[in-house]
Design a protein around this ligand. Structure first.
Ligand code: TMP
Ligand code: ASP
Length: 244
């Protein structure tokens, strides 16, 4: 599958058209940013790990009945996906207090939440991705009530699949961010699922194995991502080679 015109270049990924109008190609980059791009670095090997991890998580979710944009891994850094019209709403799922929730509500990091918390943020860098609720989504015409119900159900289902899967591998799924889009009248899970977009803590030590190592200058960022990959890769062999 050859790359066509570049459609979008983000902080951590590039998206290309392909010869098939229904399919896009995603390339995972080694660049990392935080705090709206204020903090930047190149983390050698991150793109390869995020591609590998996203492929593993999307495959698992598809097996469990969650519809995603994932088609297949093309190479170390590339995956083929269904073309989505992205809904500009980030859906955050939280099991344990951390990050912005801890800050905003004064709840210590690590506090187990009494129930899973879903949040919506408007995808708009210039506005620093402000938090929004259902009313804003309808008022701005971002998605219909039926679509929002589908996003919420899918987000909770992703949590119900990934949390126990990771627990068996010694990882706590603290929180994560999802993006969805429309494809041929259906809502599909899009974007990526990786240590850039999730918080993973080691079950016994509590060690952070995700992008907070970069955000908080803890060091060992790529090593932590590799450790997550090592625990979830299952039967795959040591090398991070393409599956084709
Ligand atoms: P937060 O605590 O900073 O709001 O982050 C919640 C989750 O969302 C966390 O797993 C990291 C992820 N996230 C992104 O994927 N992209 C972002 O731009 C931000 C701010 C958070
Ligand atoms: N990706 C976001 C940024 O570049 C924030 C983050 O993940 O912390 O600013």
């Amino acid at each position: 599958m050859n790359r066509g015109e570049i459609l979008y270049e983000g902080k951590a990924k590039k998206v290309f058209r392909t010869s098939d109008p229904d399919l896009y190609l995603i390339e995972y980059k080694d660049d990392a940013t935080a705090f709206d791009g204020l903090k930047k670095d190149r983390l050698e090997g991150k793109g390869v790990l995020n591609n590998a991890l996203s492929a593993i998580f999307f495959t698992l979710l598809e097996e469990k009945g969650v519809e995603t944009h994932f088609v297949r891994k093309l190479s170390e850094r590339e995956m083929l996906v269904k073309a989505l019209e992205i809904i500009p709403v980030e859906v955050i799922v939280r099991n344990i207090a951390a990050g912005s929730l801890s800050k905003r509500l004064g709840i210590p990091e690590g506090t187990v939440l009494g129930r899973t918390v879903l949040e919506f943020y408007l995808k708009d860098d210039a506005l620093h991705d402000p938090m929004i609720n259902h009313n804003h989504i309808y008022a701005l015409g971002l998605a219909s009530a039926e679509e929002v119900a589908q996003l919420e159900a899918a987000a909770l289902e992703v949590n119900a699949v990934l949390a126990p899967y990771l627990k068996e591998r010694g990882l706590i799924l603290v929180d994560f961010k999802l993006e969805f889009g429309r494809h041929k009248g259906k809502i599909l899970l899009g974007d990526e699922i990786s240590p850039d977009t999730c918080r993973f803590w080691d079950s016994s030590s509590g060690e952070k194995l995700d992008k907070d190592r970069f955000r908080r200058d803890l060091g060992g960022v790529v090593e932590a991502y590799r450790e997550v990959w090592r625990r979830v890769k299952g039967g795959e062999n040591g090398a991070l080679e393409s599956q084709d």
